[in-house]
Design a protein around this ligand. Structure first.
Ligand SMILES: [Zn+2]
Length: 479
């Protein structure tokens, strides 16, 4: 009998990996095996250690990967899968492939840096500490990517086909609508990946690409994310508060440090800053975008103008490419990055990683957290156990590069910049469904978030909703 097995993003928000097997019998015969997403576990050590475990079926027996989008928690384990023997096609949209060509090598580079750091400090159980995969290995896996147009059906084997529909989460992001034949019957499985926010520029401002997930879906089995299952986004426009925070910081001679995902969040944020500056709502202080990945991501965004919202298209038409905006500096090299540290005048520094788990943001925070004039603004989800979550919770100090750095800077968080739908938005989207799925499995959420969303869906929609468990295998039956 065909089944889905949840190999990640079950009980947590990272490591998205869902295996579909078209047939399985007691003799152990395996059917066609496809992985929906192949993400990296991030955050707490307990989760990260799973990056080192093998898949329950050998990587070489997995026939295909269907990738919803280019965030690391959905694509970051691909180089490891390839390293372990996977040689099948990886289906994704062209913008996702373009973004992966930047995101994955960068991840490999960080893995190498991490291993080198542990080897230098002797802080790993393993000698020598090895990277999960290298930059070069991440580059090599690019050859397996195959571009798929949105809403074009791809037949994988006689029993299995899929097509992408828009998720409106980040550039190129899609849901995977999978058709699976079981006992002569077609079953429709919908894997949401991450679900974007509603179409509302006031409550979800700055959206660069398509907003609102595709409406009127139908599914027999729905596998849905639940990142924000227990929290509603504020419905107020965040821009006046953001402008006030920036003005106050600049007035006291401080700088604003913004940890942001290099993909989507950074682009969205610089557009908002530009608009606020042009409207005279914030002073024209230098803006540093300190992420070589963000600059490449901007180039990829500019290439895929077909994905823009009308508002983003209008801004680009009016102000041109962000890379050429006066006062905005995109730091490419390590030297350019270090130069930002020499600047003692108020500025706005946007850098990654978004959850402060690594990358150049560490240098900026190590230097600027001890000064109470500075401000750190979080504009994205902070997974438990990450430095970002600890700073956001106003821990008195934080360990960066093996040293404890006191947190005296002001800390603020604006939740409206999220690219994930919240519970009311999820319900709004689910109500557009053409029928009721036989079962919904919630994934990609902390346990509390998933259980609250389950309860809400049961109460409001009366759907059969379950929370996926790590390694759980669920059969896909005919009706
Ligand atoms: Zn995502």
């Amino acid at each position: 009998m065909p089944y889905i097995q949840f190999l990640g993003a079950a009980g947590t928000v990272t490591g998205s990996k869902h295996l579909i097997n078209t047939t399985y019998d007691s003799s152990g015969k395996q059917g066609f095996q496809a992985l929906i997403d192949c993400g990296l576990f991030q955050g707490q050590k307990e989760w990260r250690e799973r990056n080192w475990q093998d898949t329950p079926v050998p990587a070489c027996e997995i026939d295909a990967v269907i990738l919803t989008h280019a965030h690391l928690d959905h694509c970051g384990w691909i180089p490891r899968l390839v390293k372990e023997g996977f040689h099948g096609p990886i289906y994704a949209t062209q913008p996702t492939i373009d973004l992966c060509s930047v995101v994955l090598p960068d991840s490999g580079h960080l893995q190498e840096e991490d291993a080198a750091f542990h080897n230098k400090k002797g802080t790993s159980k393993h000698t020598p500490a090895l990277p999960l995969y290298t930059l070069e290995e991440a580059q090599e896996c690019q050859q397996y990517f195959k571009a798929v147009e949105v809403e074009t059906t791809i037949q994988l084997c006689p029993e299995l086909s899929f097509r992408f529909v828009r998720a409106a989460h980040i550039l190129g992001s899609c849901m995977a609508e999978v058709m699976l034949k079981t006992d002569g019957q077609m079953r429709r499985l919908l894997f949401t990946g991450d679900v974007g926010r509603v179409r509302n520029n006031q409550v979800a401002p700055g959206k660069v690409v398509h907003s609102g997930p595709q409406e009127g879906e139908s599914a027999d089995v729905l596998v849905m994310e639940s990142t924000y299952g227990n929290r509603e986004h504020p419905v107020t426009d965040p821009r006046p508060e953001l402008a006030r925070l920036i003005r106050e910081t600049v007035a006291r001679g401080g700088s604003v440090i913004v940890p942001a995902f290099a993909v989507e969040r950074t682009q969205k944020f610089i557009f908002i800053l530009k608009a606020l500056m042009e409207a005279g709502k914030i002073p024209r202080v230098p803006v540093y975008c300190d992420s070589p990945m963000a600059i490449r991501a901007v180039e990829i965004y500019l290439k895929h103008s077909e994905e823009y919202t009308p508002r983003a298209a209008e801004l680009i038409k009016k102000y041109g490419s962000p890379i050429e905006w006066p006062g905005f500096t995109f730091a490419q090299t390590a030297e350019q990055s270090k130069k930002i540290n020499d600047s003692h005048f108020p500025s706005i520094i946007i850098s990654s990683s978004g959850m402060v788990t690594g990358g150049r943001i560490l240098h900026h925070l190590a230097q600027r957290l001890p000064d109470p004039r500075n401000l750190v603004i979080f504009i994205g989800f902070q997974a438990p156990g990450t430095r970002g979550a600890m700073i956001k919770a106003r821990a008195p100090e934080i360990k960066i590069f093996g040293e404890f750095i006191p947190i005296r800077a002001q800390v603020a968080a604006l939740e409206q910049f999220s690219d994930h739908a919240d519970p009311p938005e999820m319900l709004e989207w689910l109500r557009t469904f053409k029928g009721t799925p036989a079962v919904t499995y919630l994934v990609h959420g902390e346990p509390q978030a998933s259980s609250q969303l389950r309860d809400l869906m049961k109460k409001e929609l009366r759907w059969n909703v379950q929370i996926a468990e790590y390694m759980e295998r669920v059969p896909i039956t005919a009706t």
